[in-house]
Design a protein around this ligand. Structure first.
Ligand code: ADP
Ligand code: MG
Length: 477
């Protein structure tokens, strides 16, 4: 029988694998019965590689060997300002390769080994493949993998290469919000035109998308987001608060020790999660400050919300801008689907609902698993295995980032050829002026991004046109 195709949500913080067979999707647990696997790799000093929850626990006393949030490094140059921001808090070491790409350094068996984000992704994907094969008791080689709607070409390429190295043929890279919407549309089959908004706030990225379903077609109307905004940044706000208290009230600077920094970050994350269900919590710090063996810092939900409000509002601003720039009215949205672990925060739910004038939010889609489930649905649509037979929905996407070239050879303005948000596939006509009249070849560089200064956008490649008719004969006339 033909191969089964699985769906993988390769998240910044957590990854999840799902399979659609015999009419339903199921989550495939990892070797430790976990439905989600932290995207975490621990390189133990004696040479072992431990993935997921166990890796997180083992790294507490050797944080410099616990690698996480690789997704923040993927497809970026070392000097990318966004990447540099992440380096400030990573307990592990990241250096630049000769070609200016980031390399993570870990010490194993007293030797330093350097891993590219792609290699780290491969390690993680290999582990997910192994768990899945053990669960299904068969070899799995084909997958659909989800990526943030906002990922650029380089980030997608690294994802594809890493999956190939892990032994996967990737049938499609699916946008995370589209995956979440697929789950909704499968559970709520309607022939009427239906618009939904997906608000996905995970650990490291924020994605928003508006999708419209008409019969069997799903059209992505707009996407927006921030690849550096998520639960991690919320934890950082709490962490800064704890640092301030330790410094001012206890005369202790935790930032000097990466061990302490990591321990405190995990405690802050726990406190944040608790505050999603209770009104106040206490962060207990044992044995860190010698004169104060037991420190207790209490925190109320109101204090937490005041500290993090600017981040929550930022997501609403992005959402608002996304709707405005695409001229989509709030009222035309029929369903609001929340996904990503951070949407469990009640204040976020309230802000989103308030933005839509008090509209009810969809509570039926599982915020942590829906992206993987959507990937599994898409995988089934692409599968030829008869156990995965499913009604096909056609997904039409939009370009997430504008494409352009040099506007004029003497300045650095970007000339936008295809604007972000354009329905795909698309075609464009552009007239290039060649100053060298007798040349029969012509090259132009292609960039991706929204900045007017082309040098601040991402270079994608150079197009070479040959056999161009020389203008020289016309000039002589
Ligand atoms: P990603 O898509 O980045 O892999 P997830 O969707 O799994 O991430 O979300 C992970 C984030 O959700 C983490 O920052 C985690 O702290 C946060 N999170 C999980 N549960 C809760 C909760 N109950 N309250 C607040 N935040 C939560
Ligand atoms: Mg996610």
């Amino acid at each position: 029988m033909d191969d089964l195709v699985i769906g993988i949500d390769l998240g910044t913080t957590n990854s999840c694998v799902s399979l659609y067979t015999e009419g339903k999707t199921k989550i495939l647990e990892n070797a430790f019965d976990g439905r989600i696997t932290p995207s975490f790799i621990y390189f133990s000093p004696d040479g072992e590689i431990v993935i997921g929850e166990h890796g997180v626990k083992m790294s507490v006393h050797k944080p410099e060997n616990g690698i996480y949030e690789m997704k923040r490094l993927v497809g970026r140059q070392f000097d990318d300002p966004e990447l540099q921001k992440s380096l400030k808090y990573f307990p592990f070491k990241v250096t630049a390769s000769p070609s200016n790409l980031p390399l993570v350094s870990v010490k194993q068996k007293s030797a330093i080994c350097k891993k590219s984000p792609q290699e780290l992704y491969t390690v993680l994907l290999k582990a997910l493949k192994k768990y899945t094969e053990a669960k299904l008791e068969e070899t799995i080689n084909k997958a659909v993998i989800t990526v943030p709607a906002y990922f650029n070409v380089a980030q997608k390429e690294v994802t594809l290469e890493a999956a190939k190295d892990a032994g996967f043929t990737v049938l499609k890279l699916l946008n995370e919000p589209t995956a979440a919407a697929l789950v909704y549309y499968f559970e709520n089959d309607t022939d009427k035109t239906h618009r939904s908004l997906v608000y996905d706030l995970g650990g490291g990225t924020f994605d928003v998308a508006v999708l419209e379903k008409r019969f069997e077609n799903i059209q992505v109307l707009c996407v927006a987001g921030d690849t550096q905004l998520g639960g991690h940044d919320i934890d950082t706000c709490l962490l800064n608060y704890v640092y301030r208290i330790l410094r001012t009230q206890y005369g202790y600077d935790p930032e000097a020790s990466s061990d302490d920094k990591r321990r405190l970050r995990l405690k802050c994350e726990d406190a944040k999660k608790e505050l999603s269900t209770v009104e106040s919590t206490v962060i207990t710090i044992n044995g860190m400050v010698s004169k104060h063996p037991k420190i207790k810092i209490s925190l109320t939900k109101d204090e937490f919300e005041a500290m993090t409000d600017h981040l929550f509002k930022k997501t609403i601003d992005i959402l608002d801008e996304c709707l405005r720039s695409s001229k989509i009215s709030k009222r035309s949205i029929q369903e609001i689907i929340l996904c990503g672990g951070s949407t469990r925060i009640p204040k976020i739910q309230k802000l989103v609902s308030d933005y839509f004038d008090g509209k009810q939010l969809n509570k039926f889609v599982n915020t942590s698993e829906c992206v993987a489930e959507g990937a599994a649905l898409q995988a089934a649509m692409l599968s030829t295995n008869r156990k995965q037979k499913i009604d096909e929905l056609r997904i039409v996407n939009v370009l997430p980032l504008s494409i352009g070239t040099w506007g004029h050879s003497l300045c650095h303005d970007m000339s936008f050829l295809i604007k972000r948000g354009t329905k795909l596939p698309t075609s464009v006509t552009h007239v290039f002026v060649n100053t060298e009249t007798d040349e029969t070849t012509f090259t132009f560089d292609i960039y991706e991004g929204e900045r007017l200064d082309l040098r601040k956008n991402r270079y994608l490649g150079t197009v070479l046109l040959t056999d161009v008719e020389s203008a020289a004969p016309f000039q002589k006339k």
